[in-house]
Design a protein around this ligand. Structure first.
Ligand code: ATP
Ligand code: MG
Length: 265
């Protein structure tokens, strides 16, 4: 999975990552592995909860139709819903806009034993905000460092952070938008504004590239996930999450008193 990792402080050229990469796997092979990974994730989530020393924050960012919702659905299928939360960040409300951009984010960070998935995130404040000129350049420019500082604080206080950019090609987006228009069951997902955003594809790609290079850190790394093939996208995200949970060396806590030999009457 190392090849999908964005090196800290690197100059990112998104063209380097093939959006339709399948890791050399056949789809049915990949799906089998995915099934095993799901079971592992389910077990690790329970262990994370029992261990109660770590929190896991998963950040998902993507262009429209990039597959954030599908990734959440498929990767966390089978995981006990009690231990997983999803926080979706839409256009800020007036109250949110009256505060700093991290104000609405911080209350949703995971507590010990929890996994929280950010479906879009504070990164919108250096992406859409930059592309649409919603604040002055010197303001969004300062945010890369502010975000890195915020995430460092979370990590130092016991949160593990993994960030995923779901990387699709412009043509894949065209097909997915067309499908949303043509398929009556998917039409509800289509917004006229999506076509306007698509016109800004190159600006967004540049904003993503800068953001990835400037905010991938050793402690809170970004991964560029090939996302044209949904099964491979899910496989990459699942693998990284399982490896991450594995690395925490989670354990079941010892009971306060010695329970061995105790009989319940
Ligand atoms: P889908 O992939 O299903 O369309 P979505 O995440 O795009 O889901 P939408 O309700 O379509 O959900 O879009 C949310 C919108 O909110 C996005 O266009 C996003 O750019 C915008 N948004 C999120 N955060 C901010 C922000 N801080 N400032 C301005 N716009 C934001
Ligand atoms: Mg949308």
């Amino acid at each position: 999975m190392k090849k999908y990792l964005v090196a800290a402080g690197s100059n990112v050229d998104l063209g380097r990552w093939d959006t339709s990469d399948d890791g050399g796997l056949a789809e049915d092979e990949g799906r089998k592995i995915l099934k095993t990974l799901r079971k592992q994730l389910e077990d690790y989530q329970e262990l994370l909860y029992a261990d109660h020393r770590h929190a896991l924050l998963v950040v998902l960012q993507a262009m429209d139709t990039g597959g954030k919702d599908g990734t959440i659905r498929r990767v966390f299928e089978g995981v006990n819903p009690v231990g997983v939360k999803v926080a979706s960040f839409k256009r800020p409300t007036d109250a949110e806009l009256a505060h700093d951009y991290l104000w609405r984010v911080h209350p949703h960070t995971p507590g010990k034993g929890e996994i929280t998935i950010f479906n879009r995130s504070h990164y919108e404040d250096v992406l859409v905000v930059r592309v649409k000129n919603l604040v002055e350049p010197n303001r969004w420019n300062r945010r890369y460092q502010q975000i890195a500082d915020f995430e460092r604080m979370l990590v130092e206080e016991g949160t593990t952070i993994r960030k995923f950019y779901l990387h699709i090609s412009k043509d894949e987006q065209r097909q997915r938008l067309q499908e949303r228009i043509d398929n009556p069951d998917k039409r509800w997902k289509f917004h006229a504004g999506d076509l306007e955003e698509r016109q800004l594809w190159d600006d967004y790609q540049q904003a993503y590239a800068d953001m990835l290079g400037r905010t991938s850190t050793e402690q809170a790394p970004w991964y560029v996930v090939p996302a044209d093939r949904k099964w491979y996208r899910d496989l990459v995200v699942s693998t990284i999450l399982v490896e991450t949970l594995e690395s925490l060396r989670l354990t079941y806590p010892q009971p306060d008193t010695d329970l061995s030999g105790l009989i319940v009457h």
